[in-house]
Design a binder for this molecule. Sequence first.
Ligand code: BGP
Length: 461
Amino acid sequence: VTYRFPEGFWWGSATSATQTEGATHRDGKGKNIWDHWYEVEPSRFFQGVGPQDTSQFYERYKEDIQLMKEVGHNSFRFSISWSRLIPDGRGEVNPKGVEFYNNVIDELLGQGIEPFVNLFHFDMPMELQKIGGWANREVVDAYEAYAKTCFERFGDRVKKWFTHNEPIVPVEGGYLYDFHYPNEVDFEKAIQVGYHTVLSSAKAIRAYKQLNQGGKIGIILNLTPSYPRSNHPADLKAAKIADAFFNRSFLDPSVKGEFPEELVQILKEEGFMPIIEEEDLEIIRQHTVDLLGVNYYQPRRVKAKETLPNPDAPFMPERYFDHYAMPGRKMNVHRGWEIYEKGIYDILINLKEHYGNIECFISENGMGVEGEEKFRDENGVIHDDYRIEFIQDHLKWVHRAIQEGSNVKGYHLWTFMDNWSWANAYKNRYGLVSVNLDKNGERTIKKSGKWYKTLSENNGF
Ligand code: BGP
């Protein structure tokens, strides 16, 4: 073993409810925005495949958790579907929903796998979206009540909670760049949505602490280190502003309890400050996270703005910078994302130096690949050596950050088994375990899954 990780390192993976459960209309589940969007606009979805056709985790969780054991997991993150637990988003709790999540939690614990539970992974209940979703402050209260319900029902056994996964994505997708419902372009709303999400997280943390259940609560952020094209002051400034918009907007309030000055300045100048109520900022200041999950896929490369914006165009963060495709960069061509392994190290060192070395872990990192079936051998095993290499290349940098004092406690891959994606349905496969859609979702452990087991057993590679 060349790269040995600290004792008790968390090895596992992550999934989300909408991407794995299926059974979207069963056992009293209410509709969320994905169920609704698929119903009204199926052509929006890659090859017309929607959230009801996912990996059947709802029925097959026992088999799947057994497989988690077989690929060496000591921890696993999933999300609770708000609309399965509370079909209308507020009000009545669905007993079948409670039963399902109880079963999953107990099964995990029975296999010696620690459940990491996320409360919100892009799946707003439709009844709440109808009143504006995160743009409406009432939804913050509904979310707080939902979070409390989860702590009360499951908190005796769940000791790692997360308030949100990638909270900036619903802002970007739903209100700026048109890839999530309600697919509007409205910067003012985007800011209000983002602000309410931050507030909801602080309120959930407050509710959790009041219950004194003795676990930890955090948030999961997709951090995209912002690299300037050059050391020219204009490029440096552009990268700094992009960082404030896309990373620090959630990172600073979550960890430090305050919003980044650079961002507040711009919002004030441009006239986009959200509506803030008196007690809010104190709640945000006091209720920061215990633990930070870092999702890392790609960096953000930025250069100074080279064109004048059209004054008629709606306001976008890109008024302050341009994106820049570095020549010679390494790409995952299936997803169109740059692969830059050192980014994971830069994030961890930044957390160490500027965020009090907060306890953290890599909560997602992974490689989506199209057409993996062609790598299946006669025994049914998919030979995904590129995935093993991808994980190793990133882990080397995580290891180096640990040597330099980073407080990183684990690594979770995206994802455990092939699942449905918002953007690509089942085109790109990310799993350690394959799901064969032609054979009613038959599971087989990939080569990477077998390797992951040795990684976890040796606590390194
Ligand atoms: C993250 C999300 C996941 C997952 C992953 C892969 O942003 O938290 O839900 O989907 O990205 O991305 P994609 O499925 O779009 O390729």
